[in-house]
Design a protein around this ligand. Sequence first.
Ligand code: GAR
Length: 207
Amino acid sequence: MVKIAVMVSGGGTNLQALIDAERRGELKNGELSAVISSNADAYALKRANRAFIPSYVLRRHDFGSTEAYGQALAEMLEQLDIGLVVLAGFMTVLSSDFCRRFEGRIMNIHPSLIPSFCGPGFYGLHVHEAALAKGVKVTGATVHFVSEVVDGGAIILQKAVAVQQDDTPEVLQKRVMQEAEWKLLPHAVSLFCEGRLQIEGERVKIL
Ligand code: GAR
């Protein structure tokens, strides 16, 4: 069994999708073992408690630097014997050292079709605001491995979602979550835990 840690900062609907998938037996060879939040008030912590998953709070403000935060996080993950780190609405940028230490073992869900609407400043609702401002007719979600480049790691899975003419950022965000994120993330996690993701340079091959 691969022990999975889910990193959260807010509502945690992607965490909920993982909890529901595990309950349905859809996280093959994976076990949700820890939820780590950068925010003590995150609703995601309640979801973890309800599902009896041990949860921890590690706030960026309590550390002097991104490096010190990454170091503390790495120690915690290693102590818990975590094999896969899933960023699910985690809003703190991780240090380069941390990304290197866990290379190939961290994935992130992003609410657009990377390489559109991604990188520094593109998170949460801002991503959908930018997509609507640009007038794209199709958007979606991406699950990718995390590298030192923000939203720049190898792409694992993507799913397209249609933009409707009268969408607001909130309406579009909800549709992208329902139609893409909540399906893609459990699928990608399960593939990883089954050992079916092979990284070949920039690309991920699904075995
Ligand atoms: C999700 O839409 C996720 O893709 C996005 O934040 C939201 C978190 O929602 N992540 C990013 O923008 C990362 N760059 P949730 O807490 O309900 O899962």
